[in-house]
Design a protein around this ligand. Structure first.
Ligand SMILES: Nc1ncnc2c1ncn2[C@@H]1O[C@H](COP(=O)(O)OP(=O)(O)OP(=O)(O)O)[C@@H](O)[C@H]1O
Ligand SMILES: [Mg+2]
Length: 417
Protein backbone atom coordinates (compact mmCIF):
# COMPACT_ATOMS: atom_id res chain seq x y z
CA UNK A 1 0.00 0.00 0.00
CA UNK A 2 1.34 3.40 -0.93
CA UNK A 3 -0.17 6.80 -0.28
CA UNK A 4 1.24 10.28 -0.32
CA UNK A 5 0.98 12.77 2.53
CA UNK A 6 1.95 16.36 3.17
CA UNK A 7 5.23 16.33 5.18
CA UNK A 8 3.55 17.97 8.15
CA UNK A 9 1.34 14.92 8.71
CA UNK A 10 4.21 12.52 9.27
CA UNK A 11 3.40 12.58 13.01
CA UNK A 12 0.18 10.66 12.40
CA UNK A 13 2.23 7.46 12.19
CA UNK A 14 3.92 7.93 15.57
CA UNK A 15 2.06 7.00 18.76
CA UNK A 16 0.70 9.94 20.74
CA UNK A 17 -2.42 10.46 22.84
CA UNK A 18 -3.57 13.68 21.10
CA UNK A 19 -2.82 14.45 17.45
CA UNK A 20 -4.12 17.80 16.36
CA UNK A 21 -3.95 19.60 13.01
CA UNK A 22 -5.48 23.02 12.56
CA UNK A 23 -5.32 25.46 9.71
CA UNK A 24 -6.97 27.18 6.79
CA UNK A 25 -8.98 25.75 3.94
CA UNK A 26 -7.53 23.19 1.59
CA UNK A 27 -4.45 22.40 3.63
CA UNK A 28 -4.90 18.63 3.31
CA UNK A 29 -6.07 17.96 6.85
CA UNK A 30 -9.15 15.86 6.06
CA UNK A 31 -7.60 13.85 3.27
CA UNK A 32 -4.44 13.19 5.26
CA UNK A 33 -6.26 12.07 8.40
CA UNK A 34 -8.65 9.87 6.40
CA UNK A 35 -5.82 8.21 4.50
CA UNK A 36 -3.69 7.62 7.58
CA UNK A 37 -6.61 5.97 9.38
CA UNK A 38 -7.39 3.72 6.42
CA UNK A 39 -3.78 2.58 6.15
CA UNK A 40 -3.44 1.95 9.88
CA UNK A 41 -6.74 0.06 10.09
CA UNK A 42 -5.69 -2.09 7.16
CA UNK A 43 -2.51 -3.10 8.95
CA UNK A 44 -3.95 -3.87 12.37
CA UNK A 45 -7.42 -4.28 13.85
CA UNK A 46 -8.62 -0.81 14.86
CA UNK A 47 -11.93 0.52 16.01
CA UNK A 48 -12.23 4.08 14.81
CA UNK A 49 -14.95 6.50 15.87
CA UNK A 50 -15.42 9.37 13.43
CA UNK A 51 -17.23 12.17 15.18
CA UNK A 52 -18.10 15.86 15.17
CA UNK A 53 -20.28 18.12 17.30
CA UNK A 54 -23.47 17.74 15.26
CA UNK A 55 -24.17 14.79 13.00
CA UNK A 56 -27.82 14.71 12.01
CA UNK A 57 -27.27 12.10 9.34
CA UNK A 58 -24.44 10.05 7.92
CA UNK A 59 -24.22 12.69 5.15
CA UNK A 60 -22.78 15.12 7.70
CA UNK A 61 -19.95 12.72 8.52
CA UNK A 62 -16.64 11.75 6.91
CA UNK A 63 -18.22 8.47 5.71
CA UNK A 64 -18.22 9.76 2.14
CA UNK A 65 -14.66 11.05 2.35
CA UNK A 66 -13.41 7.71 3.68
CA UNK A 67 -15.29 5.82 0.97
CA UNK A 68 -13.72 7.99 -1.74
CA UNK A 69 -10.28 7.53 -0.25
CA UNK A 70 -10.74 3.75 -0.17
CA UNK A 71 -11.18 3.90 -3.95
CA UNK A 72 -8.40 6.45 -4.45
CA UNK A 73 -5.97 4.25 -2.53
CA UNK A 74 -7.17 1.07 -4.25
CA UNK A 75 -8.25 -0.54 -0.97
CA UNK A 76 -11.66 -1.77 -2.19
CA UNK A 77 -10.72 -5.40 -1.59
CA UNK A 78 -10.02 -4.70 2.08
CA UNK A 79 -12.96 -2.53 3.04
CA UNK A 80 -16.67 -3.13 2.92
CA UNK A 81 -18.62 0.12 2.84
CA UNK A 82 -22.00 -0.12 4.52
CA UNK A 83 -24.64 2.56 4.93
CA UNK A 84 -23.63 3.69 8.39
CA UNK A 85 -20.30 2.01 9.02
CA UNK A 86 -17.22 0.79 7.19
CA UNK A 87 -15.81 -2.65 7.90
CA UNK A 88 -12.12 -3.30 7.46
CA UNK A 89 -9.92 -6.39 7.59
CA UNK A 90 -9.39 -8.40 10.83
CA UNK A 91 -12.19 -6.70 12.72
CA UNK A 92 -11.27 -3.10 11.91
CA UNK A 93 -14.34 -0.92 12.04
CA UNK A 94 -15.22 2.74 11.36
CA UNK A 95 -18.20 4.13 13.28
CA UNK A 96 -19.87 7.53 12.84
CA UNK A 97 -21.69 9.54 15.46
CA UNK A 98 -22.32 13.12 16.66
CA UNK A 99 -21.20 14.32 20.08
CA UNK A 100 -23.95 16.79 20.88
CA UNK A 101 -26.64 14.26 21.77
CA UNK A 102 -24.31 12.01 23.79
CA UNK A 103 -24.60 11.63 27.51
CA UNK A 104 -22.05 10.13 29.87
CA UNK A 105 -24.10 6.90 29.67
CA UNK A 106 -24.75 6.75 25.94
CA UNK A 107 -21.14 7.40 25.04
CA UNK A 108 -20.02 4.35 27.04
CA UNK A 109 -20.78 2.22 23.99
CA UNK A 110 -17.64 3.75 22.46
CA UNK A 111 -15.28 2.65 25.24
CA UNK A 112 -13.73 0.00 22.97
CA UNK A 113 -12.56 2.60 20.48
CA UNK A 114 -8.84 2.77 19.63
CA UNK A 115 -8.85 6.03 17.73
CA UNK A 116 -11.44 8.78 17.67
CA UNK A 117 -11.22 11.36 14.89
CA UNK A 118 -12.94 14.62 15.73
CA UNK A 119 -13.43 16.53 12.49
CA UNK A 120 -14.52 20.20 12.26
CA UNK A 121 -13.55 20.34 15.91
CA UNK A 122 -13.84 24.14 16.15
CA UNK A 123 -17.54 23.55 16.82
CA UNK A 124 -17.03 21.03 19.60
CA UNK A 125 -18.10 22.52 22.92
CA UNK A 126 -16.51 22.02 26.32
CA UNK A 127 -19.23 19.66 27.52
CA UNK A 128 -18.71 17.37 24.53
CA UNK A 129 -14.95 17.18 25.10
CA UNK A 130 -15.50 16.49 28.78
CA UNK A 131 -17.83 13.61 27.91
CA UNK A 132 -15.70 12.22 25.08
CA UNK A 133 -12.11 12.32 26.34
CA UNK A 134 -12.52 10.12 29.45
CA UNK A 135 -14.46 7.58 27.35
CA UNK A 136 -11.48 6.93 25.09
CA UNK A 137 -9.61 4.79 27.58
CA UNK A 138 -8.25 1.66 25.89
CA UNK A 139 -4.49 1.20 26.32
CA UNK A 140 -2.73 3.31 23.67
CA UNK A 141 -5.97 4.82 22.44
CA UNK A 142 -5.62 8.11 20.58
CA UNK A 143 -7.65 11.23 19.95
CA UNK A 144 -7.19 12.80 16.53
CA UNK A 145 -8.45 16.31 15.92
CA UNK A 146 -8.79 18.45 12.80
CA UNK A 147 -10.16 21.97 12.74
CA UNK A 148 -10.27 25.39 11.18
CA UNK A 149 -9.87 27.84 14.08
CA UNK A 150 -12.67 30.25 14.84
CA UNK A 151 -12.31 32.34 18.05
CA UNK A 152 -9.26 32.03 20.29
CA UNK A 153 -11.56 31.67 23.29
CA UNK A 154 -13.27 28.56 21.83
CA UNK A 155 -12.80 25.53 24.04
CA UNK A 156 -11.09 23.49 21.31
CA UNK A 157 -8.53 26.21 20.63
CA UNK A 158 -7.82 26.72 24.32
CA UNK A 159 -7.57 22.98 24.94
CA UNK A 160 -5.24 22.02 22.10
CA UNK A 161 -3.39 25.18 21.10
CA UNK A 162 -3.18 27.52 24.09
CA UNK A 163 -2.89 24.90 26.84
CA UNK A 164 -2.24 21.54 25.12
CA UNK A 165 -1.90 18.47 27.37
CA UNK A 166 1.80 18.54 28.21
CA UNK A 167 3.95 15.81 26.70
CA UNK A 168 0.93 13.97 25.32
CA UNK A 169 -0.08 16.18 22.44
CA UNK A 170 1.29 17.00 19.01
CA UNK A 171 -0.52 20.09 17.76
CA UNK A 172 0.43 21.49 14.35
CA UNK A 173 -0.72 24.26 12.08
CA UNK A 174 -0.94 23.57 8.36
CA UNK A 175 -2.08 25.73 5.50
CA UNK A 176 -2.53 25.59 1.76
CA UNK A 177 1.20 26.14 1.27
CA UNK A 178 1.81 22.85 3.08
CA UNK A 179 -0.38 20.93 0.65
CA UNK A 180 1.55 19.91 -2.51
CA UNK A 181 -1.76 18.97 -4.16
CA UNK A 182 -3.56 22.23 -3.40
CA UNK A 183 -6.08 22.29 -6.25
CA UNK A 184 -6.18 25.03 -8.83
CA UNK A 185 -9.85 25.73 -8.15
CA UNK A 186 -9.04 26.55 -4.55
CA UNK A 187 -6.07 28.67 -5.56
CA UNK A 188 -8.46 30.86 -7.58
CA UNK A 189 -10.78 31.12 -4.57
CA UNK A 190 -7.89 31.98 -2.33
CA UNK A 191 -6.65 34.81 -4.52
CA UNK A 192 -10.16 36.16 -4.94
CA UNK A 193 -10.63 36.17 -1.16
CA UNK A 194 -7.30 37.94 -0.62
CA UNK A 195 -8.44 40.69 -2.98
CA UNK A 196 -12.05 41.11 -1.97
CA UNK A 197 -12.22 40.11 1.71
CA UNK A 198 -8.88 41.01 3.27
CA UNK A 199 -10.43 41.01 6.76
CA UNK A 200 -11.58 37.42 6.42
CA UNK A 201 -8.55 36.09 4.56
CA UNK A 202 -6.28 35.31 7.55
CA UNK A 203 -9.00 33.18 9.13
CA UNK A 204 -10.23 31.35 6.05
CA UNK A 205 -6.91 30.65 4.36
CA UNK A 206 -4.23 31.01 7.03
CA UNK A 207 -6.09 29.40 9.92
CA UNK A 208 -5.76 32.45 12.16
CA UNK A 209 -8.41 33.07 14.78
CA UNK A 210 -10.96 35.73 14.09
CA UNK A 211 -11.91 38.47 16.48
CA UNK A 212 -15.67 37.88 16.07
CA UNK A 213 -17.91 35.04 14.89
CA UNK A 214 -19.23 34.82 11.35
CA UNK A 215 -22.20 37.15 10.94
CA UNK A 216 -21.40 39.01 14.16
CA UNK A 217 -23.63 42.04 14.61
CA UNK A 218 -20.90 44.15 16.20
CA UNK A 219 -18.06 42.74 14.04
CA UNK A 220 -16.30 46.00 13.18
CA UNK A 221 -16.99 47.59 16.54
CA UNK A 222 -15.57 44.70 18.56
CA UNK A 223 -12.52 44.44 16.30
CA UNK A 224 -11.90 48.13 16.84
CA UNK A 225 -12.43 47.82 20.60
CA UNK A 226 -9.84 45.03 20.82
CA UNK A 227 -7.30 46.61 18.49
CA UNK A 228 -7.46 50.08 20.01
CA UNK A 229 -6.72 48.83 23.52
CA UNK A 230 -10.05 49.96 24.95
CA UNK A 231 -10.47 46.47 26.39
CA UNK A 232 -7.96 46.68 29.19
CA UNK A 233 -7.65 47.96 32.74
CA UNK A 234 -10.63 50.17 33.56
CA UNK A 235 -10.52 50.93 37.28
CA UNK A 236 -13.40 52.07 39.47
CA UNK A 237 -13.31 55.82 39.93
CA UNK A 238 -14.89 56.74 43.30
CA UNK A 239 -15.61 60.29 42.16
CA UNK A 240 -18.07 58.99 39.57
CA UNK A 241 -21.36 57.19 40.17
CA UNK A 242 -21.63 53.50 39.36
CA UNK A 243 -24.87 52.65 37.59
CA UNK A 244 -26.27 49.11 37.32
CA UNK A 245 -28.08 48.15 34.13
CA UNK A 246 -30.10 44.92 34.18
CA UNK A 247 -31.44 42.44 31.67
CA UNK A 248 -33.84 40.30 33.67
CA UNK A 249 -34.07 36.53 33.41
CA UNK A 250 -34.87 33.55 35.58
CA UNK A 251 -34.29 30.38 33.56
CA UNK A 252 -32.53 32.57 31.05
CA UNK A 253 -29.51 34.52 32.14
CA UNK A 254 -29.78 37.72 34.09
CA UNK A 255 -27.07 40.05 32.86
CA UNK A 256 -25.89 43.14 34.73
CA UNK A 257 -23.49 45.83 33.56
CA UNK A 258 -21.89 48.14 36.10
CA UNK A 259 -20.75 51.28 34.38
CA UNK A 260 -19.49 54.78 35.07
CA UNK A 261 -19.86 57.73 32.77
CA UNK A 262 -17.25 60.41 32.53
CA UNK A 263 -18.65 63.03 30.17
CA UNK A 264 -18.94 61.31 26.82
CA UNK A 265 -16.80 58.38 27.91
CA UNK A 266 -18.47 55.17 29.07
CA UNK A 267 -16.51 52.87 31.36
CA UNK A 268 -17.73 49.34 31.97
CA UNK A 269 -16.06 48.29 35.19
CA UNK A 270 -17.88 45.02 35.84
CA UNK A 271 -20.21 42.50 34.24
CA UNK A 272 -22.30 39.90 36.07
CA UNK A 273 -24.21 36.95 34.62
CA UNK A 274 -26.20 34.33 36.45
CA UNK A 275 -29.53 32.53 36.47
CA UNK A 276 -32.14 31.34 38.95
CA UNK A 277 -31.32 33.99 41.51
CA UNK A 278 -33.67 36.56 42.99
CA UNK A 279 -33.28 40.30 42.71
CA UNK A 280 -32.66 40.68 46.44
CA UNK A 281 -29.69 38.35 46.06
CA UNK A 282 -28.24 40.40 43.21
CA UNK A 283 -28.91 43.52 45.23
CA UNK A 284 -26.96 42.13 48.19
CA UNK A 285 -24.06 41.21 45.90
CA UNK A 286 -23.97 44.72 44.48
CA UNK A 287 -24.04 46.35 47.92
CA UNK A 288 -20.97 44.29 48.82
CA UNK A 289 -18.94 46.20 46.27
CA UNK A 290 -19.38 49.41 48.31
CA UNK A 291 -19.33 51.56 45.21
CA UNK A 292 -20.46 55.15 44.93
CA UNK A 293 -23.86 53.99 43.67
CA UNK A 294 -25.97 55.79 41.12
CA UNK A 295 -29.14 54.35 39.65
CA UNK A 296 -30.47 50.95 38.72
CA UNK A 297 -31.83 50.74 35.18
CA UNK A 298 -34.37 48.04 34.37
CA UNK A 299 -35.84 47.16 31.00
CA UNK A 300 -39.53 47.84 30.30
CA UNK A 301 -40.57 44.46 31.74
CA UNK A 302 -39.31 45.73 35.10
CA UNK A 303 -42.77 47.07 35.87
CA UNK A 304 -44.71 43.85 35.43
CA UNK A 305 -45.41 41.39 38.22
CA UNK A 306 -45.92 37.68 37.73
CA UNK A 307 -47.84 34.83 39.31
CA UNK A 308 -45.08 34.10 41.79
CA UNK A 309 -44.32 37.65 42.82
CA UNK A 310 -47.92 38.93 42.76
CA UNK A 311 -47.98 42.72 42.82
CA UNK A 312 -44.28 42.91 43.52
CA UNK A 313 -42.48 43.99 40.37
CA UNK A 314 -38.73 44.14 39.78
CA UNK A 315 -39.06 47.89 40.10
CA UNK A 316 -40.81 47.85 43.48
CA UNK A 317 -38.48 45.12 44.71
CA UNK A 318 -35.38 47.11 43.92
CA UNK A 319 -36.93 50.30 45.30
CA UNK A 320 -37.76 48.58 48.55
CA UNK A 321 -34.09 47.60 48.77
CA UNK A 322 -33.13 51.25 48.61
CA UNK A 323 -32.22 51.63 44.94
CA UNK A 324 -33.20 54.56 42.77
CA UNK A 325 -34.77 52.84 39.78
CA UNK A 326 -35.28 54.04 36.22
CA UNK A 327 -37.33 52.04 33.73
CA UNK A 328 -36.03 52.07 30.18
CA UNK A 329 -38.64 52.53 27.47
CA UNK A 330 -39.48 49.79 25.01
CA UNK A 331 -37.33 50.27 21.93
CA UNK A 332 -37.11 48.31 18.71
CA UNK A 333 -34.00 46.09 19.02
CA UNK A 334 -32.65 47.36 15.70
CA UNK A 335 -32.81 50.95 17.00
CA UNK A 336 -31.13 49.76 20.16
CA UNK A 337 -28.36 48.13 18.12
CA UNK A 338 -27.82 51.42 16.32
CA UNK A 339 -27.53 53.31 19.62
CA UNK A 340 -25.13 50.68 20.93
CA UNK A 341 -22.98 50.97 17.81
CA UNK A 342 -22.68 54.72 18.36
CA UNK A 343 -21.58 54.07 21.92
CA UNK A 344 -18.76 51.63 21.08
CA UNK A 345 -16.05 54.14 20.09
CA UNK A 346 -16.31 55.98 23.38
CA UNK A 347 -16.51 52.91 25.58
CA UNK A 348 -13.82 51.16 27.56
CA UNK A 349 -14.42 47.72 29.05
CA UNK A 350 -12.43 46.21 31.88
CA UNK A 351 -10.68 43.06 30.78
CA UNK A 352 -10.65 41.29 34.14
CA UNK A 353 -14.04 42.16 35.59
CA UNK A 354 -16.05 42.44 32.39
CA UNK A 355 -14.23 40.12 29.97
CA UNK A 356 -17.24 37.81 29.48
CA UNK A 357 -19.28 40.77 28.20
CA UNK A 358 -16.86 41.14 25.29
CA UNK A 359 -17.19 37.39 24.65
CA UNK A 360 -20.95 37.88 24.37
CA UNK A 361 -20.58 40.86 22.06
CA UNK A 362 -18.15 39.13 19.71
CA UNK A 363 -20.52 36.16 19.42
CA UNK A 364 -23.81 38.06 19.12
CA UNK A 365 -25.04 37.37 15.61
CA UNK A 366 -28.01 37.30 13.29
CA UNK A 367 -30.08 34.34 12.30
CA UNK A 368 -29.05 33.36 8.76
CA UNK A 369 -31.80 32.06 6.47
CA UNK A 370 -30.72 28.59 5.33
CA UNK A 371 -32.02 29.04 1.81
CA UNK A 372 -31.40 32.67 0.96
CA UNK A 373 -28.36 33.12 3.27
CA UNK A 374 -29.89 36.50 4.17
CA UNK A 375 -29.27 37.72 7.70
CA UNK A 376 -32.44 38.08 9.78
CA UNK A 377 -33.28 38.92 13.39
CA UNK A 378 -30.62 38.71 16.09
CA UNK A 379 -30.28 35.17 17.40
CA UNK A 380 -31.68 34.52 20.88
CA UNK A 381 -29.04 32.34 22.51
CA UNK A 382 -26.65 32.33 25.46
CA UNK A 383 -24.92 35.39 24.00
CA UNK A 384 -27.96 37.56 23.44
CA UNK A 385 -28.57 38.51 27.08
CA UNK A 386 -25.21 40.19 27.38
CA UNK A 387 -25.87 41.91 24.07
CA UNK A 388 -29.32 43.00 25.25
CA UNK A 389 -28.01 44.64 28.38
CA UNK A 390 -25.37 46.30 26.24
CA UNK A 391 -28.21 47.92 24.26
CA UNK A 392 -29.86 48.96 27.50
CA UNK A 393 -26.61 50.59 28.58
CA UNK A 394 -26.68 52.69 25.41
CA UNK A 395 -30.28 53.66 26.20
CA UNK A 396 -29.49 54.47 29.81
CA UNK A 397 -26.43 56.58 28.99
CA UNK A 398 -28.16 60.01 28.94
CA UNK A 399 -29.61 59.37 32.40
CA UNK A 400 -26.38 58.10 33.92
CA UNK A 401 -25.63 61.35 35.68
CA UNK A 402 -22.96 62.23 38.17
CA UNK A 403 -23.91 64.70 40.87
CA UNK A 404 -21.19 67.19 40.07
CA UNK A 405 -22.06 68.06 36.53
CA UNK A 406 -25.11 66.01 35.76
CA UNK A 407 -25.20 66.79 32.04
CA UNK A 408 -26.47 64.53 29.31
CA UNK A 409 -24.03 65.94 26.78
CA UNK A 410 -23.06 63.84 23.80
CA UNK A 411 -25.71 61.22 24.34
CA UNK A 412 -28.80 61.02 22.24
CA UNK A 413 -31.85 60.91 24.48
CA UNK A 414 -34.40 58.29 23.48
CA UNK A 415 -37.37 59.35 25.60
CA UNK A 416 -38.44 58.18 29.01
CA UNK A 417 -40.94 55.64 30.21
N1 LIG B 1 -2.63 13.38 0.30
C1 LIG B 1 -3.16 13.97 -0.76
N2 LIG B 1 -2.97 13.49 -1.99
C2 LIG B 1 -3.50 14.11 -3.06
N3 LIG B 1 -4.26 15.20 -3.01
C3 LIG B 1 -4.51 15.73 -1.80
C4 LIG B 1 -3.98 15.15 -0.62
N4 LIG B 1 -4.38 15.89 0.43
C5 LIG B 1 -5.14 16.87 -0.07
N5 LIG B 1 -5.24 16.79 -1.40
C6 LIG B 1 -5.96 17.74 -2.28
O1 LIG B 1 -6.15 18.95 -1.55
C7 LIG B 1 -7.54 19.23 -1.39
C8 LIG B 1 -7.79 19.81 -0.02
O2 LIG B 1 -7.52 18.85 0.96
P1 LIG B 1 -8.44 18.64 2.23
O3 LIG B 1 -9.87 18.64 1.84
O4 LIG B 1 -7.92 17.48 2.97
O5 LIG B 1 -8.11 19.98 2.99
P2 LIG B 1 -8.66 20.49 4.40
O6 LIG B 1 -7.48 21.04 5.12
O7 LIG B 1 -9.43 19.42 5.06
O8 LIG B 1 -9.56 21.69 3.93
P3 LIG B 1 -10.89 22.30 4.61
O9 LIG B 1 -10.38 23.17 5.71
O10 LIG B 1 -11.45 23.07 3.50
O11 LIG B 1 -11.73 21.16 5.08
C9 LIG B 1 -8.24 17.92 -1.64
O12 LIG B 1 -9.53 18.15 -2.15
C10 LIG B 1 -7.34 17.25 -2.63
O13 LIG B 1 -7.64 17.72 -3.94
MG1 LIG C 1 -11.46 19.38 5.76
Amino acid sequence: MRAQFPDKLEFLFRPCRFKVARGGRGSGKSWGFARALLLLAARQPLRVLCTREIQNSIKDSVHRLLSDQISALGLQSLYEIQNDQIIGPNGSLFLFSGLHQQTVDSIKSFEGVDIVWVEEAQSVVKRSWDVLIPTIRRPNSEIWVTFNPDLDTDDTYQRFVVNPPEGRCISIEMNFSDNPWFPDELEQERQHCARTRPNDYPNIWLGKCRSVVDGAIYADEVRDLLESGRHGFVPYDPTLKVHAIFDLGWNDLTAIILAQRNGPEMRVIRYIEDNRRRLDQYSADLRDFRYNWGKVFLPHDGTSGNIVSGTLTPRTTMESLGWEVEILPRLDPEDGIRLAREMFPRTRIDKNQAGPLVERLRRYRRHINKVTREPGAPLHDENSHGADVWRYLAMAAPQMVNEEWGGALNYRKIGTA
